[in-house]
Write a protein that binds this ligand. Sequence first.
Ligand SMILES: Cc1cc2nc3c(=O)[nH]c(=O)nc-3n(C[C@H](O)[C@H](O)[C@H](O)COP(=O)(O)O)c2cc1C
Length: 387
Amino acid sequence: MPVITCIDDLKRIYKRRAPRMFYDYAESGSWTEQTFRENTSDFDQIRLRQRVAVDMSGRSTATQMIGQDVAMPVALAPVGLTGMQCADGEIKAARAAEKFGVPFTLSTMSINSIEDVAEATSKPFWFQLYTMKDTDFVSRLIQRAKDARCSALVITLDLQILGQRHKDLKNGLSAPPKLTPSTVANLMTKWRWGLGMLGAKRRHFGNIVGHVEGVTDAANLGAWTAEQFDPTLDWGKIARIKEEWGGPVILKGILDAEDAKMALQVGADAIVVSNHGGRQLDGAISSIKALPSILDAVGDQVEVHLDSGIRSGQDILKAVAMGAKGTYIGRAFVYGLGAMGEQGVSAALEVLHKELDLSMALCGQRRINDLDRSVLMVPEDFGGRWQ
Ligand SMILES: Cc1cc2nc3c(=O)[nH]c(=O)nc-3n(C[C@H](O)[C@H](O)[C@H](O)COP(=O)(O)O)c2cc1C
């Protein structure tokens, strides 16, 4: 196994091993990718306050997210097509998360199904729901997540319609990949991926194919998803889904204080400050810049989580010290998965944990729940003066 010292090491191996179509799918933002870039560069603007001569023994990164114990304030974000980055990718990522003691969130658009992941794991995971026009299908998904003992429903609000990612259109993204001369040429250089895929449990969208009448393959499915995401989603519908689910609900994709207040009104157990990793509204503010105003608006009434741009334990420390009760990683675990399967996801979690733990120590901090803004040096105009 190569020596892995940072998330970028995993990204380099991932780029070599995964088919270009799936690497590009993960490593893209929408349109000009401004928001995608700023999600990471805005973290860099915040500095950590070094403290010395503080007893740093007996440290712990353990805490809770929505009342559930977590080894560190990190969950695996829902990522569509994870099972195309590596054979049985959702199962492998869920197992690594379970071993590490952090939540795994299964996307509606996963390759392994809810049932596959439930069968392969022993602790409850979280299920992410895209709301669709076919309300019977949504109800069946909710029931399947209940039957699988999922312990939270993450409802994604920022993808009623799809932001354009140029590379996906140019690459003809599909699951499984369509065999054109250029994909075949690229796949021939990815023998490790191909061998894995030969033995994969699934190569189609496991939550959908076979569960919706008339959807039997990827071609049908593309047309189906384009017309199925519900453009009429509103707060009333969200409240009804919450009622139908009956358990903890996390509303994902909040980037504005007014929306955070609405999420509070429909009774969210937590919200995720997120711009979908810069994949939806290009030109939107980065999540870490949006966080302070949302915390000011609702932070004392609902648990506020954050994703988009986290690539290091220092980033996690910054988000939590600013007031987020938890964070999610998308690409950081995908890089690990595409590089080395389950072992790679474990490596990503270990890297982040070590960075978080050591950086906390160097800031003179021993407990996650003691972190606050005094650990940070934030530029005066960080939130920006927007008209
Ligand atoms: C390849 C990819 C696929 C994604 N698919 C989904 C999805 O199916 N559902 C969802 O709610 N979010 C999805 N997201 C967004 C992630 O849940 C998360 O918000 C984002 O990755 C966080 O940014 P980061 O990648 O910089 O950590 C996806 C992100 C990526 C990179």
